[in-house]
Write a protein that binds this ligand. Structure first.
Ligand SMILES: [Zn+2]
Ligand SMILES: [Zn+2]
Ligand SMILES: [Zn+2]
Length: 239
C-alpha cells in the first residue's frame, strides 16, 4: 500500500489535536482555534458527520490544514503546509496592512521621537547644513523634485487659491453692499483709537509715523557702513 496517498487528516486518522479542537468548538458558533500566533480564527462554524455524530467543521482551519491561502482561498500557501496561511501575494498584502496598523497604533511614539529630534538644536543645524549641501550638489534633482511637488499638489493648491479668492470677493461685496446702504460699522485705526471711514486700515498720521520710523532705521543702518559681507555660498565667481 502506497502510504503517500493517505491524507493524514481523513476521518479515520484524525489527530488527537483535531478531536480536542472539535470538543472545544462543540458549544460554539465561531471557531475557537488559533489561526496564527495571537490571531483567533473566529470563522462561523459549519458541521459535518463523523463517526456517527455531527461535529463542528471550520472551513478556514480546513484550508490552512490543506495548505490553501485563507485570504484568497485559491492559491497555495507560501511556507509550510499546515502552518502558513497566506499565498505569496496575500502575505505581502497582509504585511503591508500590519505595518499600516502599526503606524496608526504607534503614531504618538513616532511623533514624540520626531519632535525630540527636531527640538535638538545640534541635530537641527546638522540637518540644515546637510540639506543645503545636498541642494547645491544636486541642482537637477532639486528641480525634478520641485516639478514632482508641483504636479502632485497643483490641483489642490489651485482649488485652495480659488476658494480663498471667492471668500475675499464675498467679503468685499458684503462690505460694498453695507457701504451703499450706509450701515458700515465704525472702525478704529489698527494703531490708534481714531475712528475711520472707507477702506483704510490706518489713519493718515499713523501711516506717516511708521514711514518716518522706517526711513530713520534705514538711515541709521547706512550710517554704520555695509551691513555684512556675506560670503557667496557658490564660491568665488572668477575661480
Ligand atoms: Zn477555524
Ligand atoms: Zn492568497
Ligand atoms: Zn491711527
Amino acid at each position: 500500500m502506497n502510504t503517500h496517498t493517505i491524507n493524514p487528516h481523513t476521518i479515520a486518522t484524525r489527530s488527537k489535536r483535531a478531536k480536542r479542537l472539535d470538543a472545544r468548538n462543540f458549544t460554539r458558533t465561531h471557531c475557537a482555534a488559533n489561526l496564527t500566533r495571537g490571531v483567533p480564527c473566529g470563522t462561523p462554524l459549519h458541521s459535518r458527520f463523523v463517526d456517527g455524530q455531527t461535529v463542528p467543521f471550520c472551513p478556514q482551519c480546513d484550508r490552512k490544514r490543506r495548505g490553501v491561502c485563507v485570504r484568497c482561498t485559491t492559491e497555495r500557501v507560501a511556507g509550510t503546509v499546515g502552518l502558513a496561511i497566506y499565498c505569496v501575494a496575500c502575505k505581502r498584502l497582509a504585511n503591508a496592512e500590519a505595518m499600516a496598523r502599526h503606524r496608526v497604533a504607534h503614531a504618538d511614539d513616532r511623533k514624540a521621537r520626531d519632535d525630540a529630534r527636531r527640538a535638538d538644536p545640534a541635530k537641527r543645524t546638522d540637518r540644515a547644513e546637510y540639506n543645503r549641501l545636498y541642494r547645491l550638489s544636486r541642482p537637477r534633482k532639486v528641480r525634478e523634485l520641485a516639478h514632482v511637488d508641483y504636479t502632485r499638489h497643483r490641483d489642490t493648491r489651485l482649488a485652495y487659491f480659488a476658494a480663498y479668492r471667492a471668500e475675499k470677493r464675498e467679503q468685499l461685496n458684503a462690505a460694498r453692499r453695507r457701504r451703499y446702504h450706509g450701515d458700515l460699522p465704525e472702525r478704529a485705526c489698527v494703531s490708534c483709537p481714531m475712528v475711520l471711514t472707507g477702506r483704510a486700515k490706518r489713519c493718515g498720521p499713523c501711516v506717516q509715523a511708521i514711514r518716518t520710523a522706517a526711513r530713520a532705521a534705514i538711515a541709521a543702518r547706512l550710517a554704520d557702513g555695509p551691513a555684512s559681507d556675506n560670503p557667496c555660498v557658490f564660491g568665488t565667481h572668477d575661480a
